[in-house]
Design a protein around this ligand. Structure first.
Ligand SMILES: Cc1ncc(COP(=O)(O)O)c(C=O)c1O
Length: 426
C-alpha cells in the first residue's frame, strides 16, 4: 500500500482480486487511467502524462476530441447498435474505399485480430489452398494462426513457426510458414517451394517499428503477383496513420487485401477487411455459391457509434496539413531523442517513421525481429519506467504520435528524456 497513492491503490487492489494478473492483459496493472484530453491523460490519482500510448494507436486525433465526441453522442441518443445495416457504417465503408488504394469492398468486424483472421481465411477461400506465410516478429492479433513466431524466445529455423501461446493446436503449425522481414530472397525461395499450397502472404508493411527497406515491399508484390498468391497488408496500425491511404499510399505498394482497425473506429471497437472485389466476393454467397462462401457474422460489426466516431476522426485527418503536422511532430521528437542519446554516448537506434517510432538500445541498425532482439530490453524497460515517473506514458516499444500533441508536449517530453537519460547513466 502506497500512502501517497490512495485512490489508485483502492482500485488496484480490486483489480488484483478480480482480474487475472490484475489487468486487462494489455498494460502494467499499476497504471489505471481515469481520463484523457488531447495528447494527455490522467491516472486515478490525478497524475498527468503526455500520452504516447494513445489507446495503443486509435486516438490519432487526441482523446475526447470535441468533434468525435459530438458525433458519437449524437448517435448514442439515437440508439447504439442494430445488427442490421446502418447509414454511418455504409458511409464509413465508402470513405475507406475512396481512401485506401486496394479497397474496392469492405467487411466490418470489431477488432484487428478478427480482421486478420478473416483476411487469411478469405485468401484461403479464394485460392483453395491452406498455408499462410507470415514474418517473424509480425503481429496480426491473437488468433491461433497469428500467434506463430510473433515473439519467439529462441530463434527457430525458417520457415518453421514457433507458437507464442499455450492452447494452440499443434496442427496449426503445419499451415504457417515464417520468413525474416526485409528479406525478399528468402520470401521468393519459400514462395517457389510452397507455391502449390500457399494461400497468402500477410505482412505488416511497417513491421512494429521497423520500416521496410527500399525495394522490399515492391519485391513482395512482384513475387506474390507472379505466383497468383494474395498479398495481405496488415494496416491495423498503419491505416490512416502513416498517410490517409495508409502504408500502401505511403510506400506506394498496393496489396490485394488489407486489414484496418484502431483509427477507423475513432476509439470504439471497429475494424475491417478491405480489398479487391474478386476476393471480397467470398463474403457474398450469391456471388460464389455455398462451397466457396466465407460465412462471417458479428453482433457489433459496423456499429453505428463506432462508425460515427470513425467518420468524425477521418474528417479531421482529411483536412489540409493534418499529416504534415503529425509527421513534423514525430520528426522533431525522433531527432531530439537521437541527439540526446548520442550526446550521452548510449548506443541506440531510433527506429520507425515519424507517426510511430521508438528507441532500440543497440549499436546495430534494426531491420528484422532478430536485430531487434539484439537491443538491450532491460535498458529500454528502465528508460520507460523512468519516463513514466516523469509524466510520459507509452507502450513497451512504441511512441504513437498524435495530431493533438502540442509544442508544449514536445518540450515536456524532451525535458523528461534529458532527465531520464541522466538517471539511466547513474
Ligand atoms: C499490426 C496489428 N495487427 C493487428 C492487431 C490486433 O488488433 P486488435 O487489438 O484490435 O485485435 C494489432 C494490435 O495492436 C496490430 O498492431
Amino acid at each position: 500500500m502506497n500512502p501517497d497513492k490512495p485512490a489508485e491503490n483502492d482500485i488496484f487492489e480490486t483489480a488484483q482480486r478480480v482480474l487475472p494478473g490484475g489487468s486487462f492483459g494489455n498494460f502494467p496493472a499499476e497504471v489505471v487511467i481515469r481520463e484523457g484530453k488531447g495528447g494527455r491523460v490522467w491516472d486515478e490519482n490525478g497524475k498527468e502524462y503526455v500520452d504516447y500510448l494513445l489507446g495503443s494507436g486509435p486516438m490519432l486525433v487526441g482523446h475526447a476530441h470535441p468533434e468525435v465526441t459530438a458525433a458519437a453522442q449524437e448517435q448514442i441518443a439515437k440508439g447504439t447498435t442494430f445488427f442490421a445495416n446502418n447509414r454511418l457504417g455504409i458511409e464509413l465503408a465508402e470513405e475507406i474505399v475512396d481512401a485506401v488504394p486496394c479497397a474496392e469492398q469492405v467487411r466490418f468486424v470489431s477488432s484487428g485480430s478478427e480482421a486478420d483472421l478473416y483476411a487469411m481465411r478469405a485468401a484461403r477461400a479464394f485460392t483453395r489452398r491452406d498455408k499462410i506465410l507470415k514474418f517473424e516478429g509480425g503481429y496480426h492479433g491473437m488468433s491461433d494462426y497469428s500467434l506463430m513466431s510473433l515473439a519467439p524466445k529462441r530463434s527457430g529455423n525458417f520457415p518453421l513457426p514457433v507458437p507464442d501461446s499455450a492452447g494452440i493446436p499443434k496442427s496449426v503449425r503445419d499451415d504457417m510458414l515464417i520468413a525474416p522481414f526485409n528479406d525478399a530472397d528468402a520470401v521468393a525461395d519459400l514462395v517457389h517451394e510452397h507455391r502449390d499450397d500457399l494461400a497468402g502472404v500477410i505482412v505488416e508493411p511497417f513491421q512494429r517499428i521497423i520500416p521496410p527497406e527500399p525495394g522490399f515491399l515492391p519485391a513482395l508484390r512482384k513475387i506474390t503477383s507472379d505466383n497468383g498468391i494474395p498479398l495481405i497488408f496488415d494496416e491495423v496500425v498503419t491505416g490512416f496513420r502513416l498517410a490517409y491511404g495508409g502504408a500502401q499510399e505511403y510506400y506506394g505498394v498496393v496489396p490485394d487485401l488489407c486489414t484496418l482497425g484502431k483509427v477507423i473506429g475513432g476509439g470504439f471497437p471497429l475494424a475491417a477487411i478491405a480489398g479487391r472485389t474478386e476476393i471480397m466476393k467470398h463474403f457474398d454467397k450469391s456471388k460464389v455459391g455455398d462451397d466457396n462462401y466465407l460465412v462471417q457474422i458479428g453482433t457489433l460489426s459496423g456499429n453505428p457509434v463506432a462508425a460515427a466516431a470513425g467518420l468524425a476522426t477521418l474528417a479531421i485527418l482529411k483536412r489540409p496539413g493534418a499529416y504534415e503536422r503529425i509527421h513534423a511532430t514525430g520528426k522533431e521528437l525522433m531527432a531530439a531523442l537521437d541527439k540526446l542519446l548520442r550526446e550521452a554516448g548510449i548506443p541506440a537506434q531510433i527506429s520507425g517513421e515519424p507517426p510511430l517510432f521508438d528507441v532500440v538500445f543497440s549499436p546495430e541498425k534494426v531491420r528484422d525481429y532478430r536485430t531487434t532482439l539484439a537491443g538491450d530490453a532491460e535498458l529500454l524497460r528502465r528508460f520507460n519506467l523512468l519516463l513514466r515517473e516523469r509524466g510520459i506514458l507509452k507502450g513497451e516499444s512504441k511512441y504513437y504520435i498524435s495530431h493533438a500533441h502540442t509544442a508544449d508536449d514536445i518540450a515536456f517530453t524532451i525535458d523528461a528524456w534529458k532527465d531520464a537519460i541522466g538517471a539511466l547513466r547513474q
